[in-house]
Design a protein around this ligand. Structure first.
Ligand SMILES: NC(=O)c1ccc[n+]([C@@H]2O[C@H](COP(=O)([O-])OP(=O)(O)OC[C@H]3O[C@@H](n4cnc5c(N)ncnc54)[C@H](OP(=O)(O)O)[C@@H]3O)[C@@H](O)[C@H]2O)c1
Length: 321
């Protein structure tokens, strides 16, 4: 099968698509034919070596956590899944940017009919992270919640989960995605010089007049800005773990949002049209470099998704799965 590989840390040009075999199917594993697989900034950080201390790569490295597809084969001890079942789920083996992926049977949920493959394949990392952050600050109806990175993969879902809780959202983003934010009922505040003053004004203009919680999906100064706006530390969630520890803020991330229950809930909300997963672009798997160029340089709204071709790997044909 075709799968993304890189053989050393580096820029986008170290990424390639190679012919490899999926790893062997264990008794509790499921082989999924991938129909769509989202890409994430964390994968770019791993590829450059920026996360070497925390998440080292071993070479050659595969890539990818998000996945949606159909079950192609099941291990001998798997009872809940059968070939042809539509699923979405996650890999913890950096392996979903491929035509086929092997995952433990309990890292999959059934794909509801109403959710497109692209959205299903982009939901896990961004959705679980957004869900964890919204849950961490316990946003409630009528409250004002500030979100940085509001128009990225994570932020777009977090904004909608907050709106489902009937919170008012003040979204820090660039003006290029104003229309989408306004369609969600959020108030846009531009990032850049003077952002704290603009936030103060937007919060004062808001009905409640105070910021109750802050979800930081960008890092930098935002956790400290949150405190300067009067948000209590326990209602600030950031993905910068060091800053969270220093300030007494929360740092709930995709790990806390990872469960079949959460992914099922997010998929059902999407299938019911209660949240959308904005897809900025899809790229064939073979265009993995172009996909990461778009993600890393073009400020896309929402997600970028890889679409593998549907060749059948030799080993699978041979075994008749
Ligand atoms: N630890 C975890 O479990 C975990 C999981 C998922 C993501 N993450 C991290 O969370 C971050 C967001 O992920 P993502 O997938 O949403 O990324 P993304 O899709 O690339 O979105 C990044 C967002 O940041 C915004 N942004 C850029 N400069 C900004 C600034 N100065 N102030 C405020 N916002 C700014 C962008 O807005 P414009 O497009 O308008 O410029 C965009 O909305 C990344 O750092 C990622 O690595 C961590």
């Amino acid at each position: 099968m075709k799968a993304v590989r890189f053989h050393r840390y580096g820029d986008i040009d170290v990424l390639g698509v190679e012919d490899v075999e999926p790893r062997p199917l264990g008794p509790r594993d499921v082989l999924v034919r991938v129909r769509a697989a989202g890409i994430n900034p964390g994968e770019a950080k791993i590829r450059t070596g920026a996360l070497h201390e925390r998440f080292p790569a071993t070479f050659p490295s595969g890539q990818g956590s998000d996945l949606a597809g159909t079950v192609a084969a099941t291990g001998a001890a798997v009872t809940g899944w059968a070939p042809g079942d539509p699923v979405l789920g996650w890999s913890w083996e950096r392996s979903s940017h491929a035509e086929y992926v092997v995952v433990p049977h309990d890292q999959l949920v059934r794909k509801p009919d109403g959710i497109p493959w692209t959205a299903a394949g982009a939901l896990y990392v961004a959705g679980s992270t957004a869900w964890a952050a919204v849950t961490a600050v316990d946003a409630r109806a009528g409250e004002t919640v500030v979100v940085s990175g509001a128009t990225g993969g994570v932020g777009t879902i977090a904004v909608q989960l907050l709106r489902l809780r009937r919170a008012h959202v003040v979204a820090i983003a660039s003006p290029r995605h104003r229309d989408w934010l306004e369609s969600q009922g959020a108030t846009l505040v531009h990032y850049g010089s003077g952002v704290t003053e603009r936030l103060r004004r937007a919060i004062e203009d808001d009905g409640a007049g105070t910021a109750h919680a802050f979800l930081d999906f960008h890092g930098g100064d935002y956790p400290r800005i949150a405190l300067s706006l009067g948000v209590p530390p326990r209602r600030v969630n950031t993905l910068d773990y060091g800053v969270a520890a220093a300030l007494g803020a929360r740092a709930q991330d995709s790990a806390e949002g990872t469960s079949r229950a959460v992914l099922t809930e997010l998929a059902e909300l999407t299938a019911a049209g209660r949240i959308e997963v904005p897809i900025s672009r899809t790229h064939p798997l073979g265009e993995v470099r172009a996909a990461f160029t778009h993600l890393e340089h073009d400020h896309p709204l929402g997600k970028v998704v890889l679409l593998p071709p549907n060749a059948v790997p030799h080993s699978i044909e041979k075994n008749g799965a």
